[in-house]
Design a protein around this ligand. Structure first.
Ligand code: NAD
Ligand code: UDP
Length: 350
């Protein structure tokens, strides 16, 4: 690596995945907050492979260094332990602002910190975008629609959120983060993008973070009872991580400044989803010659307060403005994730 010319020798880099060699004029300096998390680390992989310079900011509350360890030492990559509640100075061209816990048990663990992260973290990153004139993308959420009265949810719907319930720190945090984003856009001309992400799953999801996909797969793999909350009639639509990363990069590089839903239309009741996961786990075990063991029972637990009853995105805007559509089916994605957790179990790290 020659800092003066910024050209990279292939031999020095042989221990890394092969990144594209972009001319300096095409190479962007990209900041990814929350880049040590599930979504962030997949986004970082893709941006690195595309040949950009990537800096990750993360306080490792729910993410980990392991998720991006394969890039540490690469000249295009930098990893900083930093809490976005504090200001941060850097020069950059694009900011993907993801830093925020996303699973209900994690974001409810310290509700005040969650809302501080959403408000102060977003304020700091928008301030940075204003000074550097970087394009700013925030990962908002389908939770801004709350327990929706409109189905499927399109971006014009204002939502139905309980402002004082246990989910409010996350939902209202993201809503105020969107408000801040459009405040900086209108007042200061910051170039903004807002992705409203629907339930996403895939490898590197923390297996014990309490979200439904990881819970069900781990339970089915271990032959434990599968815990459906309530009667399981509530619905979610699950998208696979690679589709989300496609959508985030497409949105960052498109002209659309309005919010854009990024999610899958594959809607399941949670009860049907539990059965589907159980079937896939059994099939994969059989195919891999692993003993299937006892058939997991589906048991019911209490319904969490304010749990949305139904959720499915209207993705017309993403299709029309970004040319984006999900390509992975839920079955394909769950199978990938099952194999990922099985490999972790085999090596004893899960
Ligand atoms: P995650 O918990 O795996 O990742 C969040 C990352 O942010 C972690 O690495 C965590 O350590 C970091 N972080 C949290 N607070 C921070 C702080 N104060 N300062 C610095 N870093 C901090 O969650 P994820 O699923 O990867 O979600 C990433 C983003 O996408 C979040 O903004 C989330 O709201 C959004 N989102 C995710 C989903 C989903 O289904 N995964 C759905 C909607 C929205
Ligand atoms: N859920 C469940 N069993 C679990 C974990 C979650 O039945 O072990 C339900 C939860 O009540 C919700 C849905 O699955 O209705 C999705 O939950 P998750 O925490 O994954 O995401 P969110 O509620 O934020 O969409």
């Amino acid at each position: 690596y020659h800092p003066a010319t910024h050209s990279i020798s292939y031999t020095t880099l042989s221990r890394f995945p092969p990144v594209k060699l972009l001319p300096p004029s095409a190479r962007k300096r990209i900041l990814v907050t929350g880049g040590g998390g599930f979504v962030g680390s997949h986004l970082v992989d893709r941006l690195m492979l595309l040949g950009h310079e990537v800096t990750v900011l993360d306080n490792f509350f729910t993410g980990s260094k392991t998720n991006v360890a394969h890039w540490v030492g690469h000249p295009n990559f930098e990893l900083c332990r930093h809490d976005v509640v504090e200001p941060f100075m850097i020069e950059c061209d694009q900011i993907y602002h993801l830093a925020c816990p996303a699973s209900p048990p994690h974001y409810q663990f310290n509700a005040v910190k969650t809302i501080k992260t959403s408000f102060m973290g977003t304020l700091n990153m928008l301030g940075l975008a204003k000074r550097t004139k970087a394009r700013f993308l925030i990962t908002s959420t389908s939770e801004v629609y709350g327990d929706p009265e409109v189905h499927p949810q399109n971006e014009e719907y204002w939502g139905n959120v309980n402002p004082i319930g246990p989910r409010a720190c996350y939902d209202e945090g993201k809503r105020v983060a969107e408000t801040l984003t459009y405040g900086f856009h209108r007042q200061d001309g910051v170039d903004v993008r807002v992705a409203r992400i629907f339930n996403t799953f895939g490898p590197r999801m923390n297996p014990y973070d309490g979200r439904v996909v990881s819970n069900f797969i781990i339970q089915a793999l271990k032959g434990e009872d599968m815990t459906v909350y309530g009667d399981g009639a509530q619905t979610r639509s699950f998208q696979y991580i690679h589709d989300l990363v496609d959508g985030l990069i497409a949105l960052m590089n498109a002209d659309e400044t309005r919010p854009v839903n990024i999610g899958s239309p594959d809607e399941f009741t949670i009860l049907d989803f539990a059965r589907a996961v159980r079937d896939i786990v059994e099939r994969v075990k059989r195919e891999d010659g692993v003993e299937v063991g006892r058939k997991c029972e589906i048991i019911h637990g209490p319904m969490p307060t304010d749990d949305p009853q139904k959720r499915r995105p209207d993705t017309t805007r993403a299709r029309e403005k970004l040319g984006w559509e999900p390509r992975w089916t839920v079955a394909m994605g769950v199978e990938e994730m099952v194999r990922y957790y099985m490999a972790k179990m085999a090596e004893g790290s899960l």
